[in-house]
Design a protein around this ligand. Structure first.
Ligand code: PXL
Length: 276
């Protein structure tokens, strides 16, 4: 099996099953050497907990990147998620420029918003800077809220295919290449993802559970990246990641105490099997 070295840049939420505590185990399970760059350290994620601590690591990034450059360390893929500050986005762009191996695939999950709302840590300046990172990436994985913020397209809770096609057109016009648009739901019973690659647009729908779970965006993006680097096409990787995320929700939803994340560890064997 190919052994790829990937760098993932996102926060460490010490408790809460999101960002690096999800990306590192999933990418490792997919068989990749997984290097991490923590953008910030939080005691928990910010969705549902209150009084969390935050240490922004923006100041540390340039020195870490400089050390890697000195050591000649290069990555075959770089995948970014929740970042620590607006300024940090520039450091991440520099890391794309200096630490990518030849043919490095850049994947940006613009993790900043959901259900029509920005996460508490972010503002318009962050959104504007995120555009400059997202539209230079090979692949982006926005949800509908994030895609609207990146393009200025009006956010709607209920929509049809024409609305989604307009949103994808806006992403393309802004410079997006491959887009995995998540959380696209045309009926109460189903949800899914649209994979846009050049002229092609394909929709993969699956069962939808009424109540969403925290952290599933990160589980999805990590499982997608893991599968893509195993040589799956973007569409196949998007389907594998969707099936896996759905299984994570299925095994978690009956446990009301587990409201803050999904029990992704318990179905990793199914994900590994799907990658064969
Ligand atoms: O899952 C996205 C995410 C990542 N990291 C932190 C978050 C969130 C979502 O709220 O708060 C710190």
């Amino acid at each position: 099996m190919d052994y790829k070295r990937i760098l993932t840049v996102q926060d460490i939420s010490c408790v809460g099953q999101c960002s690096l505590t999800v990306a590192l185990p999933i990418l490792s399970a997919a068989g990749h050497e997984t290097c991490i760059l923590p953008s910030a350290v939080l005691s928990t994620h910010t969705a549902g907990f209150s009084g969390y601590t935050v240490r922004d690591l923006t100041e540390d990034l340039p020195a870490i990147a400089a050390h890697w450059q000195k050591e000649g360390i290069r990555f075959q893929a770089i995948y970014t998620g929740y970042l620590g500050s607006t300024e940090q986005i520039e450091d991440v762009k520099e890391i794309f420029r200096t630490c990518g191996a030849e043919g490095c695939v850049s994947i940006v999950d613009p993790a900043m918003a959901d259900n029509g709302k920005l996460y508490p840590a972010f503002d318009q300046a962050y959104v504007d800077r995120m555009k400059t990172l997202a539209f230079q990436a090979d692949i982006i994985l926005p949800n509908i809220t994030e895609a609207c913020l990146l393009t200025g397209y009006p956010y709607r809770e209920r929509y049809d295919e024409a609305y989604v096609n307009g949103l994808l057109d806006a992403l393309r016009a802004a410079g997006a290449r491959t887009v995995i648009l998540t959380g696209v739901s045309y009926s109460d019973a189903t949800t899914g993802v649209v994979v846009m690659e050049g002229e092609s647009r394909r929709y993969y729908a699956h069962k939808r559970y009424e109540k969403g779970c925290h952290g599933t965006g990160d589980v999805y993006a990590s499982a997608f990246v893991g599968a893509l680097l195993r040589g799956k096409t973007a569409y196949d990787a998007a389907c594998i990641a969707a099936d896996y995320t759905l299984r994570c929700i299925e095994i978690t939803r009956s446990d009301p105490d587990h409201w803050y994340g999904v029990k992704f560890e318990q179905v990793l064997p199914e994900y590994i099997e799907a990658l064969r």
